[in-house]
Design a protein around this ligand. Structure first.
Ligand SMILES: C[S@@+](CC[C@H](N)C(=O)[O-])C[C@H]1O[C@@H](n2cnc3c(N)ncnc32)[C@H](O)[C@@H]1O
Ligand code: SF4
Length: 359
């Protein structure tokens, strides 16, 4: 049974140097048409299931003018939320105003995911973020008036960033006393401004030291529950956990991905098609074997790992009997107790490489 919905809003007021998400410059001429198509896509596909987690991502949903946000919330209102729902909106720090925060909370949003990326002005400039870190404390204070469940996204491993710079960033974050943080090492993706400028990754040892520093500094107050995610107890992202638990979900909007009835799909990235209600879905049928692989690859991203009983119920196979898993357990890369199989913390940093063995 589908319990999650992702909705993509592809508009941004500013294009960042590292970004390879599906996004485009904010243009009023397109927004009404986009919202109409989104409405249509939801009407055509959503079967009125009770939804536990709803995620409005982008692009930058928060950059829409209030009149469009109101239209968007009207469309979303069709989605039937269950009592214990989580409804997140991605919000860029510069968009935070009292008016928008009020509107979000009036429309059932109960979690903000705020892209801050760094507290250091030089790094913000390199990343192409067009705000000054001076605004952060004031904006967060305002956001906390309306929301207690807040995530902050931070990027590290940026050219010329020192360990001291990163320490300062984490200290600034800790002072804000926020419930959740996602920390991502900078990826230089094809066709981004950084890539086209021939920018390079930082030294691998420094990257590793930075990751260790983040984990070490956050450990006292935060539960490190996924490779890049840390939460105060009870504030783990239910929506992202549902992805990592390999649950099915709807994806609506330009370029949005979904996973329904054993089919993984991705909508067209072409706005001209999307607004004509042509979704041109790229479709992948997921066999039972593939489903099991996804379950393993996604499941080991969580530090809690995979529940053995649940796995057996789904696949009629013992997780610890898989040849690769057995091998990793013998090597001490994975641990196995009576309930679950999970990754040895010492190997979290290289978990992406480890997980490619299951592909
Ligand atoms: C969907 S994006 C959020 C979009 C939102 N408009 C913003 O800029 O905050 C989610 C997060 O992924 C991270 N991210 C995106 N591209 C990245 C890259 N190339 N390398 C590392 N982290 C990246 C950023 O921290 C970003 O906030
Ligand atoms: S990082 Fe966020 S704000 Fe920047 S271009 Fe990408 S989606 Fe837009």
């Amino acid at each position: 049974m589908v319990k999650s919905v992702y909705i993509h809003i592809p508009f941004c007021k500013n294009i960042c140097t590292y970004c390879d998400f599906c996004k485009m410059y904010y243009n009023e001429n397109w927004i009404d048409k986009y919202l109409e198509s989104l409405d249509n896509e939801i009407k055509e596909n959503y079967k009125n299931e009770k939804i536990s987690t709803l995620y409005l991502g982008g692009g930058t949903p928060s950059c829409l003018q209030v009149i469009y946000l109101k239209k968007l919330f009207k469309i979303i209102d069709k989605i039937n939320l269950d009592n214990n729902y989580e409804f997140t909106i991605e919000c860029n720090i510069e968009d935070i105003t009292e008016e928008k925060l009020k509107l979000f909370s009036l429309n059932k949003v109960n979690r903000l995911s705020i892209g801050i990326q760094s507290f250091n002005n030089k790094i913000l400039k390199y990343l192409g973020r067009n705000y000054n870190s001076d605004i952060i404390d004031k904006k967060i204070k305002l956001a906390k008036k309306y929301f207690d469940n807040i995530n902050i996204d931070l990027i590290y491993a940026v050219k010329n960033q020192t360990i001291k710079d990163l320490k300062d960033d984490i200290d600034r974050f800790l002072k804000l006393d926020i419930s959740h943080i996602s920390c991502y090492s900078l990826m230089i993706e094809n066709n981004t401004i950084l890539f086209n400028n021939n920018e390079k990754y930082i030294d691998e040892d420094l990257d590793r030291n930075m990751y260790d520093l983040i984990c070490g500094k956050l450990k006292e107050k935060y539960n490190h529950y996924e490779i890049s995610n840390f939460a105060k107890k009870g504030y783990e992202s239910k929506h992202n956990l549902s992805y990592w638990n390999n649950n099915e979900y709807y994806g609506f909007g330009l370029s949005a991905s979904g996973y329904i009835n054993n089919i993984r799909y991705t909508n067209t990235k072409n706005l001209s098609k999307y607004i004509l209600n042509i979704y041109d879905r790229n479709i992948e049928k997921v066999s039972k074997e593939d489903k099991m692989k996804y379950e393993i690859i996604l499941g080991f991203r969580k530090l809690d790992g995979i529940n053995k009983k649940d796995f057996y119920k789904k696949y009629n196979k013992r997780l610890e009997d898989d040849k690769i898993i057995k091998d990793f357990i013998n090597k001490g890369i994975l641990f196995c107790d009576d309930k679950r199989v999970y990754i040895n913390e010492e190997y979290i940093y290289v978990s992406n490489q480890i997980l490619t063995n299951f592909v």
